[in-house]
Write a protein that binds this ligand. Structure first.
Ligand code: SF4
Ligand code: MG
Length: 336
């Protein structure tokens, strides 16, 4: 398939009152047309910052792109003006967030909010745009769409609100949908319905999806490929099949060992891996996972691991795959 989005050695920093945070530290991946790529990590892993960079969502005076490329179709996302980006955001790339209340306008009728993008990007007149927004509400499974279009966001339940934000995100038929923890705020039944809806719409529209989540249970169901981030770095990537059945990175091992726990409690920490991620204000010497890794060797403290190839398009950034490293038994492939 065709590559739609290519991210290459992305490095993103921003200033806080406590100093510069190096949130993303050299991340590369690609998204093909029609594919779902999951980006997985704990809070602070840089997964949301990476997705926001793809849309240049953070105002330019609050963020620095230190290095890297983001190529979306023919656009060098990090080089064009914000004005150029406005033509892409909402038109070619849509986004849904964890809490639709923060993305929806509380004082504007829902139908009007969907129509806005259609008027701006597709130059529909008002009547056409409203008609199309009702169709969108129907498409995302909202009953009584005509009446619902004339209501405000607070008149919708959490799940219905997320359907509305999906309708807004997909109104202009974007090539790419970025979904940042789209179901984390919803209860389990509603969560399943929203994911089902996303899958169904993807099949019908051919949209590529970047799904950002900390929940590996969702990934298995939704994505073809997966990127695992830790402390701003990409630690493992590959097809879901490879990463779930033949994971290579000790952090991934920890994640997979804690899966039942993640399912029960929907929280963003993985407390089954003892320790905490490193401080993102400073440079990290060696492997970012070393203080939590029971396989850490001397070199792990001295030099950042390179990405070792474990299979076709499957890599892990871990010194265990160096030819001189001692043999370690993979706890996932060897478990009963
Ligand atoms: Fe553990 Fe070393 Fe691999 Fe990092 S590079 S995950 S510290 S073994
Ligand atoms: Mg986040």
């Amino acid at each position: 398939e065709q590559v739609l989005l290519q991210v290459e050695d992305l490095q993103v920093s921003f200033d806080t009152y406590a100093g510069e945070v190096k949130a993303v530290r050299g991340v590369s991946f690609e998204v093909h047309e029609g594919e779902t790529l999951a980006i997985v990590g704990e809070s602070g892993s840089g997964k949301s910052v990476t997705a926001q960079a793809v849309m240049r969502l953070t105002p330019d005076d609050q963020i620095q792109y230190k290095n890297g490329h983001i190529r979306f179709e023919d656009t060098e996302v990090l080089k064009v003006s914000q004005k150029e980006m406005e033509k892409i955001r909402g038109a070619k790339i849509g986004m849904i967030l964890q809490d639709p209340l923060t993305s929806l306008n509380p004082t504007m009728l829902v139908g009007k909010q969907i129509a806005e993008g259609l008027i701006k990007h597709q130059h529909l007149d008002k009547a056409e745009a409203i008609k199309r927004s009702v169709e969108m509400l129907k498409m995302v499974g909202i009953p009584n769409a005509e009446q619902r279009a004339c209501q405000y966001p607070h008149e919708f339940s959490g799940g219905m609100r997320q359907r509305v934000s999906i309708a807004i995100a997909l109104a202009c038929n974007p090539k790419l949908l970025i979904a940042d923890e789209p179901t984390t705020a919803l209860d389990v039944t509603i969560q399943a319905q929203i994911l089902e809806l996303m899958k169904d719409l993807q099949k019908r529209l051919g949209t590529s999806i970047i799904l950002i989540t900390h929940d590996l249970g969702i990934v298995a169901d939704m994505a073809e490929n997966i990127v695992i981030m830790y402390a701003g770095r990409l630690v493992e990537k590959g097809s879901c099949k490879d990463v779930f059945y033949r994971p290579g990175h000790p952090y991934t091992w920890g994640l997979l060992e804690s899966v039942p726990k993640i399912d029960q409690a929907s929280k963003e920490e993985l407390d089954s891996i003892p320790g905490t991620p490193p401080d993102l204000h400073s440079d990290i010497k060696g492997c970012p996972f070393k203080s939590r890794c029971k396989y850490a060797m001397k070199i792990c403290y001295e030099q950042a691991p390179e990405a070792f190839e474990l299979g076709e398009k499957h890599t892990a950034s871990c010194w265990l795959y160096h030819e001189n490293a001692p043999e370690v038994k993979n706890p996932i492939t060897n478990r009963e």
